[in-house]
Design a protein around this ligand. Structure first.
Ligand code: SOE
Length: 383
């Protein structure tokens, strides 16, 4: 197969810069796609750090200003790995310069910004993806395939959690490097946009659109020192959020996320209850999908735990041998594979969230935050 290089310029060398760089490094070793990512330019504000990163991960060149990066002729796609409040500006400049975009989640600070991004990229006809990575884990993709086949029968319930405990210390500052997720000006919101957005993406992918929500949020620590000013500022992110939802297919849902669940580092779960079968999954045991089949005779009926690592499970045949485990990082490799596959065949159905699909998730987040403010049920806008 003759290969078509996609020269990528990545903005941001933090946590997400590493997960995406790893995905671009691994893809060709394990998957056959005509389009292949090339680690062309890494961009970040610190010249020293960006050089160090380029050497470590094998980028051909560096930039310290994304405004210069988006203009480069040797870059085909921009990968946005920076805090949420920069997605909009970088994306619009990249679109103006005719670049494809892979953007970290959430798409934007809110639906208003997100809609402008969708309109601009669709008008320009440029391929685009938003990195909601968890849907690409084999067990999550398998759940989607099982639901799509209609095996569960009528779906009644969807419930999902994303629980962490890393912001519980009162001494933790907000804002600045590493802690921008605690500053609403940079992040847009707290757990709603950061964690629940992942759950909403998986839920909408597997179980269809969410039509209305009723939410509550809480900010437990009301003031924190801001790293940029050294002064104490009010905390305006949601530390915890719980919401009820109705799906278009008539099923009901409950979602919960918090950064104050002592003992939980990243407990992301979902459970789906259908008339005939139920499914349940948990990020801490990400290779397993729990499956309950009511058609099994009562004597032996019970929850089974499928190790999603066989050759015919989603993605797994491309890796090691049956029974061996995959991890968090593979979700990003699979996301990159899906993007490359869609460049190979633009008419194929996309398995990844594009800007418009991610706008739908953004609208659910907006409705959740509005409902938490007003105390009312809120209808979700359609993307
Ligand atoms: C926050 O701690 C965080 O890193 C999120 O920003 C990621 O999106 C999530 O996947 C893991 O948790």
């Amino acid at each position: 197969m003759s290969k078509k290089p996609v020269r990528i310029g990545v903005v941001g060398y933090g946590f997400m810069g590493r997960t995406h760089s790893n995905a671009y490094s691994q893809l060709e070793h394990f998957f056959e796609t005509e389009h292949v990512p090339v680690k062309q330019v890494i961009c970040g504000r610190s010249g020293d750090k960006v050089k160090e990163f380029a050497e470590k991960w094998g980028y051909a060149d560096t930039e310290t200003d994304w405004r210069e990066l988006v203009k480069r002729d040797d870059v085909d796609a921009i990968d946005i790995c920076t805090p949420n409040n920069s997605h909009y500006d970088i994306a619009l400049a990249a679109i103006e310069n005719g670049k494809m975009i892979l953007c970290e989640k959430p798409l934007a600070l809110n639906g208003e910004q997100g809609l402008k991004m969708v309109e601009a990229i669709e008008a320009a006809g440029l391929p685009n993806l938003v990195w909601y990575n968890y849907r690409f884990l084999p067990a999550v993709t398998l759940a989607k395939q099982i639901v799509d086949r209609g095996d569960l029968g009528r779906i009644y319930h969807y419930r999902a959690n994303f629980l962490q405990d890393w912001t519980m210390s009162e001494d933790l500052p907000q804002g600045g490097a590493a802690l921008w997720r605690l500053d609403a000006a940079s992040a847009g919101s707290g757990v709603t946009g950061d964690l629940l957005a992942h759950n909403i993406d998986c839920a909408r992918w597997i179980n269809g659109d969410i039509v209305s929500v009723s939410a509550m949020t809480e900010t437990f620590i009301k003031e924190r020192v801001h790293q940029d000013t050294g002064e104490v500022h009010p905390v305006t992110i949601d530390d915890a959020c719980a919401f009820l939802a109705r799906f278009e297919n008539g099923s009901t849902a409950i979602f919960e996320s918090t950064r104050y669940a002592r003992g939980h580092k990243a407990l992301k779960t979902f459970e789906i209850n259908g008339h005939d079968k139920s499914l349940s999954w948990d990020l801490h045991d990400l290779n397993r999908l729990a499956y309950f089949d009511h058609d099994v005779p009562g004597e032996t009926r019970g929850w089974s735990s499928v190790h999603v690592s066989d050759g015919d499970h989603p993605y797994t045949g491309n890796w090691w041998v049956p029974g061996l485990c995959l991890g968090y990082e593979h979700s990003f490799v699979h996301g990159a594979v899906e993007f490359m596959k869609s460049l190979d065949d633009p008419s194929a159905k996309k398995a990844f969230p594009d800007f418009r699909n991610a706008l739908g998730t953004q609208y659910v987040c907006d409705a959740v935050l509005e409902s938490a403010k007003t105390g009312q049920w809120v209808d979700v806008k359609r993307a």
